[in-house]
Design a protein around this ligand. Structure first.
Ligand code: SF4
Length: 668
């Protein structure tokens, strides 16, 4: 770890202020640098908290330049700092753009490691296992799979990182990657024969020697939630942390502090046990293990068929009700029994046989121990889920893509977040363009368990009064009425005619998107790009390159998407983005607040929707020269009492209900 040679005992806040000064390093080295009071203020606050300790909540509106405002104090601190982002996009932008810029501007040399989730890296040991397995398990009927195994093997000796992103043509959802990725669950840790060459081990060592470690919240929480021993964790201890896009922390923590058993997890284990048995055992032990694997697959199929979506809809989450649980109990008990039997068989194999057969030793024994551990963990988790009795969790079934997942998610993550992220750290900065609701941080504090914290709110650097106009239609039916979708479609058509396309139309549901899409397609001549027709990154690229394009999208495009310039000149929001009370996790949170005597709508649904709406509208202005139209079609903004809370949170743009004003705006 470096000690900054330029520090000379000067306190961190002073050194940071010097970099941002009118004649500082940024102004000298970057011709395009524009001093911003809000950026300096944030950088000073970050430096103060790094020095003095504690927690800083910093809402930094668009255009503040918050990334440099926390990276510069982090670099100058001279102790390892963890930087975590909500999205891989921002993580990549920090590593490929901001860090190289600072390496050029700052006198102090510093090192950086970017860490992604373990599932992004190749596991050399599993790849070996696959290559040494029985041919029948490798290439029968799928020559493409066999070719990929060869490619992975030759890539594994060339790559420095083992990061799958180097293989541009590896399909996102290729099942083979699941079998060779370095997930914590499958890792043997220090007893692995490949431990010292392992990409994850090497990444961990690099991170431990680095000044700045850049991760994303998914890895952050996966790491914090690991329970199976220290080798699963990869993020080194950092006394200081910056959590950017902090408005996403609650949702991501919910995913990682839960328990889940899925079709994928069962098949992962079954496949690994099968490959191990075929390559390492002889009859009759081999048949005993393979018989257990076959029973596991059969009973698991029965279990997941009985609880999977009967509506035929994908991406559906249903509460694990007493009725659903009744259907699951019997097949679930069969799966648990089979796992217990398989575990017993694997444990017996660990001991020297008394029939003269060769004892299992070395790598094969290490693999066997790991498989037995995974089998026991799977059974334990499934029993917990079938029991469904821990009142701190909500239990539900999720049908997503080809998989069925039985899950338990913590209803209140505040204690978990506090102990995983805030305690045991000298200082933590939580920042985002949207953290405050009704001018206060109370909502985010209560959701994340933050008690003592310094607070800072910095307005956007953009001039919404001249750069934008907010359109609220004069008359719209209530969103629950059937006539809402056609009325919304008609408004969208009229707005897009004025903006000549160049718009994101952000929907709160696929149902609304599908209802409006045909009308837009038949009326407008602008190119329509629709979520789901191509990967997210491809659609954004296409949008940037296609003149007058219109992108129709739902929740995943409401944040973390950055299109500067004329290509994006309008953002239309169909409805106020309330979390659906039909979603099991949302419903459980609403119930918890009601049971405590609170008002779930006012205390949870409204503030969450306000933050989401601000994120969605925040897509429009990404640069000081950007201009455009914001439109919110939902009449409840004006007709309901709570609409005032939304109106107060909207950017300070001139408001209009006249389409002519939109024309005039673009004519200026
Ligand atoms: S240490 Fe774990 S991830 Fe690394 S090669 Fe071995 S089993 Fe795979």
């Amino acid at each position: 770890m470096k000690v900054d040679p330029t520090a000379n005992g000067v306190p961190l806040p002073e050194r940071v202020a010097a970099v941002f000064a009118d004649d500082g390093a940024l102004a000298r080295e970057l011709p395009a640098f524009e001093p911003r009071a809000s950026q300096r203020e944030m950088a000073g606050a970050v430096a103060d908290v790094f020095d003095g300790g504690g927690t800083l909540l910093a809402e930094a509106g668009t255009g503040t330049g918050k990334t440099l405002a926390y990276l510069i104090p982090a670099v100058l601190k001279g102790e390892r700092v963890l930087v975590s982002t909500g999205t891989k996009n921002l993580q990549e932008q920090i590593v490929s753009k901001d860090i190289p810029l600072l390496q050029q501007v700052l006198d102090s040399p510093f090192t950086v490691t970017c860490m992604k989730g373990r599932g992004n890296y190749l596991c050399l040991h599993r790849l070996d296992g696959l290559r040494n397995g029985a041919p029948a398990l490798i290439d029968v009927a799928v020559p493409e799979r066999s070719a990929w195994i060869d490619r992975l093997a030759s890539w594994s000796v060339r790559t420095e990182t083992g990061d799958r992103s180097e293989l541009a043509d590896l399909p996102d959802d290729m099942p083979l990657w699941q079998e060779v990725s370095a997930s914590a669950e499958n890792c043997l840790g220090a007893s692995c024969p490949k431990y010292h060459e392992c990409f994850v081990t090497r990444m961990r060592q690099r991170a431990a020697d680095s000044d700045i470690v850049v991760v994303n919240h998914h890895l952050l929480f996966a790491d914090a939630a690991l329970r199976q021993g220290d080798f699963g964790e990869v993020i080194p201890d950092c006394a200081h942390a910056v959590l950017d896009e902090a408005h996403q922390l609650e949702e991501i923590a919910t995913q990682y502090f839960g328990v889940a058993v899925s079709t994928f997890r069962v098949e992962d284990l079954a496949g690994d046990v099968e490959r191990w048995a075929v390559s390492r055992l002889r009859s009759p032990q081999r048949e005993a293990v393979l018989g257990g694997v076959e029973r596991l697959r059969r009973h698991a199929r029965h279990l997941f068929q009985s609880i999977g979506s009967s509506s035929g809809r994908f991406d559906e989450r249903m509460r694990f009700t007493a009725d659903l649980r009744a259907l699951a109990i019997e097949p679930g008990a069969e799966v648990c029994g089979t796992l217990e039997g398989l575990h017993g068989t694997l444990m017996l194999l660990q001991h020297a046989p008394d029939d003269g057969a060769v004892a299992i030793q070395g790598d094969a024994l290490n693999d066997l121990i790991a498989l037995a551990r995974r089998t026991a963990a799977l059974r334990e988790d499934l029993e917990f889920l079938l029991e469904a009795s821990d009142y701190e969790f909500v239990y539900f079934v999720e049908t997503r893509g080809r998989g069925v997942h039985l899950r338990a998610a913590p209803i209140d993550v505040s204690r978990l977040v506090r102990s995983a992220l805030l305690e045991h750290r000298h200082s933590t900065v939580l920042t985002s363009a949207t953290l405050a609701v009704d001018g206060s941080f109370d909502f985010v504090r209560s959701r994340l368990g933050i008690q003592q914290a310094r607070e800072l709110r910095l307005a956007s650097e953009f001039d919404f009064r001249s750069q934008s106009i907010l359109y609220l239609p004069r008359r719209m039916p209530p969103p629950k009425e059937h006539s809402y979708a056609p009325a919304a479609g008609a408004e969208i058509v009229e707005i897009l005619r004025r903006t000549r396309g160049r718009a994101f139309v952000l929907f709160t549901s696929y149902a609304m998107l599908r209802a409006v899409q045909p009308m837009l397609a038949s009326t407008l001549s602008y190119p329509l790009l629709v979520q789901g027709t191509a990967p997210r990154g491809t659609l954004i690229d296409l949008f940037r390159r296609t003149p007058n394009a219109v992108l129709l999208a739902t929740s995943s495009f409401w944040q973390g998407v950055d299109v500067a310039g004329d290509a994006l000149s309008c953002v239309i929001i169909d409805k106020l983005p309330f979390a659906s009370p039909g979603d099991p996790v949302t419903a459980a949170r609403l119930e918890l607040i009601a049971n405590r005597g609170g008002d779930p709508f006012a205390e949870y649904q409204v503030p969450l929707a306000v933050l989401t709406l601000q994120q969605g509208l925040g897509r429009l202005l990404r640069h000081r020269l950007d201009r455009g139209v914001l439109a919110v079609l939902d009449p409840r903004l004006k007709t309901m009492g709570y609409g005032r809370r939304f109106l107060a949170s909207l950017p300070p743009a001139p408001v209009t209900s006249s389409l002519q004003d939109l024309e005039d705006f673009f004519a200026r």
